[in-house]
Design a protein around this ligand. Structure first.
Ligand code: DC
Length: 225
């Protein structure tokens, strides 16, 4: 089991996908679950700062199976909301901020724990998130804390948004990165922090391929075939 945690924009998604593919493992992108919670709240007309309201609609959606994680094609997993894969609707800046806000609510984190553990417990998985090595799978064989400077992360995020045709301003994006860092690191439940036994990788000046190679080598050194 490989846990890859770290702040927004450190390159986790790209790296985790390629590590999973190189090892023949299943990838679980846990951030998409939190984004799906924000989407469920938005569709229910519940404000993102209404803790009780968000916790109630999310718990109900998980119990009813209208928000769930499924095995997808080619070793990927996907989040399903009301029978649909909302992929693009989850990736907007509004859903990034919404996900970060609702991820601070204990009832939301609790509701998503089983779904994450069900996918990871049999091994052969790469889980990507914020608290995988600290809370979800504290016994993961390999924990990587992938990070990069806030400026580099904002530059990357701008590039990704622009590539999708979304108008992105560097200063606004940097402010959002810093705000999300603060929200994710300062919440009381499962804050973003490095596990004591994690390997720290700073990707600021590294190509994704070099980061992938380093993590795959670490995984192989710990028994992955
Ligand atoms: O990785 P991402 O940007 O898609 O994550 C969206 C938000 O979800 C992020 O701001 C923090 C939250 N998150 C979390 O609290 N715990 C996780 N394991 C994954 C994401």
């Amino acid at each position: 089991m490989v846990a890859i945690d770290g702040p927004a924009g450190a390159g986790k998604s790209t790296v985790a996908r390629q590590v999973a593919s190189a090892l023949g493992y299943t990838l679980v992108d846990t951030g998409s679950l939190y984004r799906a919670c924000a989407l469920v709240a938005e569709r229910a007309g519940v404000a993102m700062d209404d803790r009780a309201g968000v916790e109630a609609v999310v718990a109900a959606a998980v119990v009813a199976g209208t928000l769930r994680l499924e095995a997808g094609s080619a070793g990927l997993t996907r989040v399903v909301v009301h029978g649909e894969d909302p992929a693009e609707a989850l990736r907007t800046p509004a859903m990034s901020m919404g996900a970060s806000a609702v991820a601070a609510f204990p009832g939301v984190r609790e509701a998503l724990l089983d779904a994450q553990r069900a996918f990871g417990s049999s091994g052969g998985v790469v889980l990507e998130g914020r608290d995988i090595g600290t809370v979800v799978f504290p016994r993961a064989e390999l924990k990587v804390f992938l990070t990069a400077s806030a400026e580099e992360r904002a530059r990357r995020r701008c590039g990704e948004l622009r590539a999708k045709g979304i108008d992105a301003d560097y200063a606004v994006t940097l402010a959002e990165v810093l705000q999300r860092d603060h929200q994710d690191a300062s919440r009381e439940i499962a804050p973003l922090r490095e596990a004591l036994d994690a390997v720290r990788v700073d990707s600021s000046a590294m190509r994704p391929s070099a980061v992938v190679a380093a993590i795959v080598a670490l995984a192989r050194a710990r028994g992955a075939v």
